[in-house]
Structure formats: structure tokens, C-alpha cells
Design a protein around this ligand. Structure first.
Ligand code: BTN
Length: 278
């Protein structure tokens, strides 16, 4: 990979390589976004499991076209996958990654984040991390613009994960936190990334063989929404209701205030205080 915004970092790569076994890893001192680095690597034929990791990002991106503040002190990684399951199921991979990240944080920091569906990691109500999945999803007509993969490889999906590790929350958007700010100041970023990869590999393997059902079971306890009143923004709609469950495809099932039960594929959830008596 050439110069420009992609500044590879041999030291970071060798530290990560020690933690990550044989996984191909591309480490960057600084990068625009690890998502772009990973897409580029995938287009060049990088295998499933290859990882792009940066110490900071100049143009980190989040969901819904937002930016992701990426100063030094965070774990910023993008994982290249070439899923064997039907493309219609690949959005579930963001939930697989959220589960793996929550478990890895618990293992490394003894903190138990909650997952705000679909893929925010929260501690004490503040945002500790987030997941971004990018791929070419198929269209309903099955065409989907999926290009025939070069050199016989399956089409790729990139899963991006950002976790604030030792970052000072003063350098993050309001409402954010880091592991250090929550009292876990001794967490090694590289060990966290390695633990996350191990957890992800195990769940991804299960998902590939058995589908979403085992992930759904494991994920439920991490989602602090069920039974609670929520506000949900889905596209141009703003709705209120009570979060009920995750369905077998990973959609959030909500009993809307109108009484209708509806499943959402994507959206932005805010937990409302109990509306009793209001
Ligand atoms: C979100 O909560 O909106 C998702 C944030 C995802 C951030 C990660 S950091 C590593 C990867 N590179 C990016 O530019 N974004 C993702």
C-alpha cells in the first residue's frame, strides 16, 4: 500500500501480529478511515479475516453518515469478511460483532457494556464504542449490483469497530466515554483487539454453520431495551413504543403505542424514561 493518507506502522503490525496468530494485519499509525483501507485491501484480494487497524483516523466514519471521532487512545479496526451465507443475512454481522465486542470488553476490562440495538456499546449510559458494517447488500429483486467477484473470491463485507480505550472523553463528542474514564485504565488496546477477534471468530463460525439463532440467544441479555419504552427513528419516521425482542433475523420488534407490533431492520433507538403517570 502506497503513501498518502495510508501510513503503515511496522511496530504496531508486529505487536498485533504477536497477539493475533496468523491473521493478516495491516497496521496504520494514521489513516483516513480503516474502512477505506479494508475495502481497498479486499479489492486487492485480501482474504477473509484480514484486518486493518489504526492508531488514529483522520476521517473515521460512523453510522448514518456521521463522523467517528478517532483520536489516539482508541481501538479502530476493520475486518474483511467474505460470508458464505446468503447476502440477505449479512446485515446480521453487525450484531455478531457487537456481541463479540461486548464480550471482549467484559473479558479485558471487567466492565459489562450494554448493546443499544443495533450496534452501540454503552457503559453507564455513555457511548463507549460502535460498529459499522459496509458491503453491497442485495436489492429485493435479487440483482443488488453485486459485481462478480474477482479471482473467484466471494464478495466482501467490512465490519468496522471503534472502542474508546484510553481516550480522554474531553476529546470525544458529548455523551461518550472510554474504558479508562470508566475506571479500566490498564487495558491494552492490542490485547483487547486480539480478544475481540477471538470472540468474533467463534461467533462467526457458529453463524456460518447454524445461522443467527445462537447469536440471538447470546445477544438478548446484553440488550438493555426489552420491556422499556423507546423512541425509534427509522428513516423519516419517528415512533414510540415498547421494545419487545429481537426476531430471528436480528430485527428489533416493537409494540408501537398504536398497538401494532412491528419489526425494524435499522433505526436509532432512545430509551425513554417510564411514561407511567405522564
Ligand atoms: C457508529 O457507532 O456510528 C459506528 C462507529 C464505527 C467506528 C469504526 S472505527 C473503525 C472503523 N473505521 C471507521 O471509519 N469507522 C469504523
Amino acid at each position: 500500500m502506497g503513501p498518502g493518507p495510508f501510513l503503515r506502522d511496522a511496530e504496531l503490525e508486529s505487536i498485533l501480529a504477536r497477539h493475533l496468530g496468523g491473521r493478516p494485519v495491516h497496521g496504520f499509525r494514521q489513516v483516513g478511515s480503516t474502512m477505506d483501507a479494508a475495502h481497498r485491501l479486499a479489492a486487492e484480494g485480501a482474504p477473509e479475516g484480514a484486518l486493518a487497524v489504526a492508531m488514529r483516523q483522520e476521517q473515521g466514519r460512523g453510522r448514518l453518515g456521521r463522523t467517528w471521532a478517532s483520536p489516539e487512545g482508541g481501538a479502530y479496526l476493520s475486518l474483511i469478511l467474505r460470508p458464505a451465507r446468503p447476502p440477505s443475512e449479512t446485515p446480521q454481522l453487525a450484531l455478531v460483532a457487537g456481541l463479540a465486542a461486548a464480550e471482549a470488553i467484559r473479558d479485558a476490562a471487567c466492565l459489562s457494556p450494554s448493546i443499544r440495538w443495533p450496534n452501540d456499546l454503552l457503559v453507564n449510559g455513555k457511548k463507549l464504542g460502535g460498529i459499522l458494517a459496509e458491503g453491497r447488500w442485495p436489492k429485493a429483486d435479487g440483482q443488488g449490483g453485486l459485481r462478480p467477484p474477482a479471482s473467484g473470491l466471494r464478495p466482501h463485507v467490512v465490519i468496522g469497530i471503534g472502542i474508546n480505550v484510553s481516550t480522554d472523553p474531553a476529546h470525544l463528542p458529548e455523551g461518550s466515554t472510554s474504558l479508562a474514564a470508566e475506571g479500566a485504565s490498564r487495558v491494552s488496546r492490542e490485547e483487547l483487539i486480539a480478544g475481540l477477534c477471538r470472540r468474533f471468530d467463534a461467533w462467526y463460525d457458529g453463524w456460518t454453520r447454524q445461522g443467527f439463532a445462537p447469536v440471538r440467544e447470546a445477544l438478548r441479555p446484553w440488550i438493555g431495551l426489552f420491556g422499556h419504552p423507546i423512541q425509534l427513528t427509522a428513516g423519516s419516521e419517528q415512533l414510540q413504543g415498547t421494545a419487545q425482542d429481537l426476531d430471528e433475523q436480528g430485527r428489533l420488534v416493537v409494540r408501537l403505542d398504536s398497538g401494532i407490533l412491528r419489526a425494524f431492520e435499522a433505526g436509532e433507538v432512545t430509551l425513554l424514561r417510564s411514561r407511567e403517570g405522564t
